[in-house]
Design a protein around this ligand. Structure first.
Ligand code: NAG
Ligand code: NAG
Ligand code: NAG
Ligand code: NAG
Length: 165
């Protein structure tokens, strides 16, 4: 478990470094900084489409969880990677369909997923109450990474729309 968790932490750190270098590649004269960017998302959120796409994310996550024995469903170590991908998927789809993330639609879907897989975990107070240090590190790193990823995504989108414009 320790080696697994360490690998995940290393991967996350690598992503963060990649994101950071992406951001530092922006010079002060970059058009992204120099020109006012239009309000974003620009178009209204397509909720019906997002609902569908988020369920596709969920189906992928469910398939991934099928490969993990239910005995381990309460142990974050076993599915942190899959869960992370699921979160990223909902985030990417939200952006794609001009919705903010997180949003009520995504949140209620995530709650449904939690009820399905983790409803028995809180009773036994296994994972979410007192995680080991490694798990805690991962839990702390995820929002850090997501924040950076979101910034990078916004930068990338605005750069791309500059090119297209
Ligand atoms: C999760 O699984 C790992 C590896 O089997 C184990 O070392 C760890 O103690 C488990 N954590 C919990 C909270 O059960
Ligand atoms: C930004 O532009 C100014 C003048 O427009 C120039 O003097 C400066 O060297 C530029 N800085 C970078 C980092 O390109
Ligand atoms: C939302 O997405 C659906 C499915 O792609 C499409 O049929 C519909 O026209 C979209 N609605 C808006 C308001 O863009
Ligand atoms: C939770 O426990 C109940 C009763 O023991 C069982 O029927 C159900 O399948 C369990 N759910 C999960 C997600 O493990």
């Amino acid at each position: 478990m320790d080696t697994n968790a360490l690998t995940i932490v290393k991967l996350l750190l690598l992503w963060i470094l990649v994101d950071a270098s992406l951001l530092s590649g922006l010079s002060a004269n970059d058009s992204f900084v120099a020109e006012p960017t239009p309000a974003w998302p620009r178009r209204p959120c397509n909720e019906s489409r997002l609902q569908w796409e988020v369920e596709v994310c969920g189906e992928v996550f469910k398939k991934d969880m099928d490969h993990i024995h239910p005995q381990y469903w309460c142990n974050l170590t076993y599915f942190i990677g899959e869960y992370h991908l699921f979160t990223l998927c909902t985030e990417a789809k939200s952006r794609l369909f001009h919705c903010y993330w997180p949003n009520p639609l995504v949140e209620s879907y995530i709650i449904r997923i939690h009820k399905h897989f983790f409803s028995n975990c809180t009773n036994r107070q296994v994972v979410f109450v007192d995680p080991p240090d490694n798990t805690l590190t991962i839990l702390i790193l995820i929002p850090v990474f997501l924040t950076l990823a979101m910034i990078a995504l916004v930068v990338w989108c605005s750069k791309r729309s500059d090119i297209l414009a």
